[in-house]
Design a protein around this ligand. Structure first.
Ligand SMILES: *Cc1c(COP(=O)(O)O)cnc(C)c1O
Length: 452
């Protein structure tokens, strides 16, 4: 039985897909964090280069991938698409399970698909240094690599709990030449303000973003780079779905359901949006399942509202499914899924009924990852394991109903640098944790009051 569906380097897409061209209704505007009024492109220029700002608001369906970017993507793309035959057999399901594997990139996840593009546009804009935040360290690693390729300096604020839990991610970033500091740090006003209130703060993505944005705002030669959430980031990730469409074609199948885990939404969007185009334009009927942790349930339990992108209210305000910018998530092991919000594009598609969100506890997620490792041989990143859980549940549901079902999920990264989390799982030290309702209600009280 054929289990690998291979493409050649020439099949790396030459264009990104911009779903904004096909949305049933336009995205709400991005607002200035102080005035709470819609921003124009020039308002965003202190933090992003103009090419990326224009991509953020573009309504063009396709945007050319610069040759310099495509050549770097070709170092590891196209990524493989597999059929998980041994997993299907273990489940005894009539469903066919396919997965797109993004863990073959140099840093082990989908994140370099956008870091390379972002570093390129900053380089040609004359920027000298990029700042960013990183949670689990995947984004920091990807941006450090891209900055290294294009000769940019890279400064990374790493959420303190991850800095302590994941020392090897730090090593990866430093090997690529990046400067990594634990956040909250005493290097920025935002970091010092948090430390003054809580010297033991373990940090959050929201706080680390504030630090990184602050440094970009205060230095003319420095800009800020975000690894998820924004429209242009999801667009850069559509190379995943475009390749997968060709590979499913080679497999002679088309997905009934497409699944991805969701932190900010970029790996899910990258796989799902090109298939969603087929729904919107070609009458396909694929379902889209977005999976998040019970501990950070922005799509399943948050509200659809305008909110700040960061804790110190310096990043732009966007309308998204949010738990509130003050949300400090518990230290679950899927570090990359701990952002308080979700991409505005996905929040809108959720509200319009195109996306089904689903939340899982971490123990069943690791159970799924262990079964996947033992059948397919690949250790999933804890984030990706959420998608594995949902794919298995879809396959079991198909079995119960006696249905054939074609399932496609994104295995967004490997877990070789997450073995501490697997140790905790194997030793029975993992706890299920659902974010308490009263904490969500409290965080939602600080949403900005927007009158448009
Ligand atoms: C960062 C990360 C995620 C979550 O981010 P998204 O933007 O939602 O994709 C998921 N999986 C892996 C492996 C990651 O590194």
């Amino acid at each position: 039985m054929q289990t690998q569906f291979l493409l050649s380097q020439n099949d790396v897409p030459t264009q990104w897909y911009n779903v904004q061209a096909d949305l049933p209704e336009p995205l709400p505007p991005t607002l200035h964090p102080v005035t709470l009024q819609p921003v124009g492109p020039s308002d965003l220029e202190p933090i992003f280069p103009m090419d990326l700002i224009l991509q953020e608001v573009s309504q063009e369906r396709y945007i050319d991938i610069p040759q310099e970017v495509r050549e770097i993507l070709q170092l590891w793309r196209p990524t493989p698409l597999y059929r998980a035959v041994r997993l299907e057999q273990a489940l005894g399901t009539p469903a066919k399970i396919f997965y797109k594997y993004e863990g073959t990139s140099p840093t082990g996840s989908h994140k370099p698909n956008t870091s390379v593009a972002q570093a390129f546009y900053n380089k040609i804009a004359g920027v000298k240094r990029l700042t960013t935040e990183t949670g689990a360290g995947q984004w920091g690693s990807a941006l450090a690599m891209a900055c290294n390729f294009f000769g940019l300096e890279c400064k990374i604020y790493m959420v303190k709990v991850s800095y302590q839990q994941k020392p090897y991610r730090r090593s990866v970033m430093r090997l690529f030449g990046a400067d990594v500091v634990p956040s909250p740090s005493d290097e920025t006003e935002s970091g010092r303000a948090i430390l003054a209130k809580d010297p033991n703060s373990t940090g959050s993505l929201g706080i680390a973003i504030s630090e990184a944005v602050e440094v970009a705002l205060k230095n003319a030669d420095t800009k800020y780079s975000l690894g998820s959430v924004l429209n242009h980031v999801l667009m850069h990730q559509t190379v995943i779905g475009e390749e997968a469409i060709k590979q499913m074609d080679l497999a002679g199948a088309y997905p009934d359901v497409v699944i991805g885990c969701v932190g900010g939404g970029s790996n899910f969007g990258g796989l799902a949006l090109p298939f969603l185009r087929q729904n919107l334009r070609e009458g396909a009927k694929t379902r889209f399942v977005a999976v998040e942790p019970m501990a950070c349930p922005s799509m399943t339990r948050g509200v659809y509202a305008f909110d700040y992108g960061d804790t110190a209210k310096m990043a732009p305000v966007v309308k998204m499914d949010t738990l509130g910018h003050d949300f400090v998530p518990p230290a679950i092991h899927a570090g990359g899924l701990r952002y308080h919000g979700v991409a505005p594009l996905l929040a809108l598609l959720h509200r319009l009924g195109y996306i089904e969100p689903r939340a899982y506890h971490q123990v069943p997620v690791f159970d799924a990852a262990a079964l996947f490792t033992r059948t397919e041989g690949i250790i999933p990143a804890p984030e990706s394991a959420h998608a594995v859980r949902a794919a298995i549940d879809e396959a079991l549901d198909a079995k119960e109903k006696g249905e054939e079902r074609v399932i496609l999920f994104n295995l967004s990264g490997h877990g070789f640098l997450d073995l501490g989390a697997y140790d905790a799982y194997l030793e029975g030290r993992l706890e299920n944790y659902a974010y308490p309702e009263e904490m969500i209600q409290r965080a939602l009280q600080s949403l900005p009051q927007v009158n448009l």
